[in-house]
Each structure stands twice: as structure tokens, then as C-alpha cells.
Design a protein around this ligand. Sequence first.
Ligand SMILES: Nc1ncnc2c1ncn2[C@@H]1O[C@H](COP(=O)(O)OP(=O)(O)OP(=O)(O)O)[C@@H](O)[C@H]1O
Ligand SMILES: [Mg+2]
Length: 326
Amino acid sequence: MPGAIYAEGLVKAFGDVRALDGVDLDVPEGTVLGLLGPNGAGKTTAVRVLTTLLQPDSGRVVVAGIDVLKHPDEVRRSIGLSGQFAAVDEYLTGRENLQMVGQLYQMSSRDAKTRAGQLLERFNLADAADRTAKTYSGGMRRRLDLAAALVVSPPVMFMDEPTTGLDPRNRQQLWEVIQELVAGGTTLLLTTQYLEEADHLADDICVIDHGKVIARGTSDELKARTGGERVEVVVHQRDEIERAREVLTALGEGEVSVAAHTRKLTVPVSGGAKLLAEIIRDLDARGVEIDDIGLRRPTLDDVFMSLTGHAAELDTNGETGKEAVV
Ligand SMILES: Nc1ncnc2c1ncn2[C@@H]1O[C@H](COP(=O)(O)OP(=O)(O)OP(=O)(O)O)[C@@H](O)[C@H]1O
Ligand SMILES: [Mg+2]
């Protein structure tokens, strides 16, 4: 049975650009899919197609069990969306914005009022609730937009870069809200440039680039694919680098990379903590003084980098076209 969000063979071209080039997705009910990809990869286009805002050139989309292309109105009643760019009415206050959404969804005005009050608290907007949204900062608008997406609790939610522009405290709070939602059974598709966020929130991750899915799996699976553990050593003095390199070459599993200016050596290993202890003993026996040593797993950033050839979070100007390294 297809999941709560299901897409098969999605294609969408804008002129020569194939923003979606045969994307398949399947998000089981009550889980979170993290959609990752560099700028211009097709994330927002995918979200727009899935949320009825854009017609694909071809493909099949089923959300909450409803065919999106045949019954967009029905789908709209079952989903919530927080877009990449906050959509709030500038001339209404924060409270009015939320109450209006409630009323659009046919809540009684009393319920809409109560719900608006709860969400304003929840998103740290209570103090600014009765100011017009045009006086809000960027982060406040974003929070108001997210609150608006949560006025009704739809079974399926889409959030396009929900925490871009939020400070660390507000980001943390949004993560908590999201975790509560999902614990309550909501299915969520979220795009993000913060890989730590995907690591923290997503059950499954789908990496897209140039409109194609280039990798999918859990965060752990993707990390395992990128390569196993490595040992990082920082020696106390530069003239100890050579001796340390010899030890790591003997005990590691591949080439030792050296960053001379930071006196840091890195080598892929297999053997975990036991091997780490052995490396420490050998370094000590060779008289190498260590400032820092550790066993490091690849991060999701390493995964993203090796898959797309881009670092996440850096490129903000919408450029694409770099070659993938895989
Ligand atoms: N309405 C449009 N008209 C023309 N080209 C478009 C349109 N919408 C998107 N594109 C192009 O489609 C590609 C995918 O864009 P999309 O907005 O889906 O990327 P994204 O992954 O969301 O990127 P970002 O991380 O920058 O938000 C880009 O090359 C973009 O220029
Ligand atoms: Mg986008």
C-alpha cells in the first residue's frame, strides 16, 4: 500500500530545466521524510506538486490516499503547508492571521481564537500578537507562517525549509513542535539545508540533485555508504606529525591525510575503540604527544558533500550545475 505521501515518476520542466526528472517518493504514515538537496535541486518544485500548487508534466501523486491530480480540492483539506517563503497577510496582526486561517477551515470563531492564542504562545509570538505582521522580523514571520500551517492539525504536513532564518532557540522549539506532531500520527515531508535537522527529525532521507533522487535511506544507512569510521589525531607539535603518520599508516585502513597547519591527521579505520586504544599506546611508545584524539563517524554533511559535491548551508545564490562526485 502506498504511504501517506506517494509520488511516482514525477517530471516537471521549466523550459530547458528539468526541475523534476523522474522523482519517486513513498513516505509511510506517521513518519518524517527529509528531502535534501543543493539549491535548485527541485525540492520546492516537488513540494509544490505534492501540495496541488503546480501541475507536473507527468507522474502520479497520491497524498493521504487521494489522487492529487484528480482531486486537488480534497487533498487541500487533508494537508498543511508551510512554504519556503512565509505567506502571511502583512496588514493583519499575528492573531488575526491565525484566526483567519481557522475560519477558512470552518472552525467556529471561538475555537479559532483559542487555537490562535495557543499557537502564539507556542511560537513565542504572544507579546507581538496584536501588532500587524508587517512590523515582524524575518524570524517572526516565519514562525507565524509555521503557526498558520498548524491551526488545523492535518494528517499530512509539508514544510519547505521550516527553520531557515530561525535562531537556535526557536529552531529547537520548532523541532519539539514537529516531534509532538509526528508522535501524534502526522506524516511530514520536510526540506532543509541543515543536515543536523534532517539527522534529528527525519526517519528517512532522500537526497535530490538536478531533479533526480541520487540517494535514499536512513541517516545511518547514508553515513555507512559514505564510508566507515575514521580516527582523528591532533599532535602537540609539528615535528611529531611524521612519527604519528607512521603509526596511523600501520594501524589504519588507507591513506592518512594531514592538515599541517592544525597538526591534525585523519585515517579511515575499522576496529573501533579497541583500535583507538592501540593507536594511543603506539603513539605514546613513539613519544608523540597528543592534544586531541577521537573516533569520528561520517556526518550527514560528509554524505551530502560526497553525493552532491556541494557543502550544505553554504551556497545561497541559487546556483546549480556542479558535478556530483559519486
Ligand atoms: N516557476 C519557475 N520558472 C522557471 N524555472 C523554475 C521555476 N521554478 C523553479 N524553477 C527552476 O527549477 C529548478 C528547481 O528549483 P526549486 O525551487 O525546486 O529548487 P530548490 O531545491 O527548492 O532550491 P533552493 O534550495 O534554492 O530552495 C531550478 O533550476 C529553478 O530555477
Ligand atoms: Mg526551495
